[in-house]
Design a protein around this ligand. Sequence first.
Ligand SMILES: [Zn+2]
Length: 180
Amino acid sequence: MPRPRKKRIKTNRLKSKQNNKKSSYKQIANITKGFSKLHWGKCLFPDYRELSGPKVSRKRINRAKIIVKYILEQESNRIIKAFENFAKKKYYNQNPTIIVDLKSAVSMVENTTLYTDDECLYGYSDGYSVYVSAIKMSNEALVGTILHESLHNIGTINGKDICEKDEHTIMKSLGEQLDY
Ligand SMILES: [Zn+2]
């Protein structure tokens, strides 16, 4: 007996899928001028193949900001988990209380500005704004720098601030590539 054939129904599956799902930050990067060729690492940080590029401009910062905001929003669970995992390892017998203020990270990103006074660093943050140096930087490094700086000063463990070295350990667990 011949098997009943499955009825073929023409669907616009791909299209409807795209419409239902919010664009991922990688898709947003793909349609952003100059950021479409960004390489992504295993986790949420870009894979820095090339650190050098044209001198950073306000225009490029504004484009990168949008991508970083999407990363923070879409990967919030992963970021919180990274802080929690670190705290549990470091304070394993103390049942630590971890608070991660991602809203403050997003607002720091929104306040990202071009900093022209000190060209030694890629960037820094003070808890309110991210400052990106007006140096030669690739778009991968630019996205990574803003993301990196926005993850500083947003978490506490047992009510205490996390030191920079520990924050860097957490960032590395999220795919950040640091030389130290
Ligand atoms: Zn840092």
